[in-house]
Design a protein around this ligand. Structure first.
Ligand code: ZN
Length: 312
């Protein structure tokens, strides 16, 4: 009887281990995506509240910086650098996202790599003061090279400069929701803002379930997911709620280091195009998956797209 119980316990433990789910939260375009709002207090408020939610919920996030955003008309803006400092001092990590958010599909390797080096100046110094390294690189638009040659040559550069690529598995259009949200804010329409926020959480949960299922189809198990978000007002207002969505789905929050320990990230990418897509989709295409595999991806609601596109 005892042995049966022990075996049952072990099976249950093994099962819960294989069911453990991990996610890394990554935020692009730091210090802040302000949609043209230059007011330092407004920008500071976005990042401060985002940091507060991450800290309170013990989420070890990483932020990817465009250092071009640290410069104003009269040179370097210390308040923007201070915001990066606050991020690091809160125990969060920083990575490089190029200096000026270049699109690798439309730039040469030389231009692109110069922009990467230009984009590490302040981040590297700030991290060093906290005994941290600048080691992760995130491609703007998730454009990793539209041919094998471009992909390989950039990878060679990155490894020579001790950079590790930071992939994305839960790709989404948070930036479209965020732009619609900003338009609603400018109009002073707080009920519309609430509606957008609520629909954003529903959409993100659908995305999470979709990519979880995609990982199951491809690997037969859960993988450590990496979600792409942006440092904007919507994500500052809804960080706590979004964290709860992942918690409700039994996710633990991990660092980029921890997420990348998953062997899924060793999967080779052998198919290239102009697309900026989830790594799960890249791996699936590289393994020869076709049409049906990619069906059912959640769509951004039409009213959000229209609002985001509207002139005012
Ligand atoms: Zn970006």
């Amino acid at each position: 009887m005892k042995i049966v119980l022990i075996i049952a316990f072990l099976l249950q433990a093994a099962n819960s281990l294989s069911q453990s789910k991990q996610v890394c939260f990554s935020y692009d375009d730091l210090p802040v995506v302000g949609y043209g709002v230059e007011d330092p207090a407004f920008r500071q408020n976005i990042l401060s509240r985002l940091i507060k939610s991450l800290k309170q919920n013990k989420v070890p996030a990483i932020g990817f910086v465009n250092e071009a955003k640290l410069y104003g008309q009269s040179g370097i803006m210390n308040d923007q650098i201070n915001m990066l400092r606050q991020w690091i001092e809160s125990g969060l990590e920083l990575g490089n996202h190029t200096f000026s958010h270049l699109d690798y599909n439309t730039t040469t390797l030389t231009e692109y790599t110069q922009d990467i080096l230009k984009g590490e100046q302040f981040s590297r110094q700030l991290l060093a003061k906290a005994n941290m390294d600048l080691k992760y690189f995130r491609h703007p638009f998730l454009h990793i090279g539209n041919s094998k040659d471009k992909f390989d040559s950039l990878n060679m550069f990155l490894s020579e400069h001790n950079y590790i690529t930071a992939p994305v598995t839960i790709d989404n259009e948070d930036y479209v929701f965020a732009l619609a949200y900003e338009k609603a804010r400018v109009k002073g329409n707080s009920s519309l803002m609430k509606q957008i926020g609520a629909d954003y959480l529903i959409y993100m949960e659908e995305k999470l379930v979709y990519y979880e299922n995609q990982a199951q189809s491809l690997f037969g198990r859960n993988i450590s997911q990496i979600v792409l978000l942006h440092a904007n007002l919507l994500n500052a207002d809804y960080a706590h709620s979004l964290i709860q969505v992942f918690r409700k789905n039994k996710y633990d929050f991990v660092s980029m280091d921890q997420a990348l320990k998953d062997d899924a990230y060793k999967t080779k990418i052998t198919v290239f195009g102009k697309w900026g897509i989830s790594w799960i989709d890249r791996w699936a295409m590289s393994r020869g998956e076709k049409g049906d595999f990619f069906k059912g991806e959640p769509r951004t609601p039409d009213y959000i797209v229209s609002l985001a596109r509207a002139k005012n």
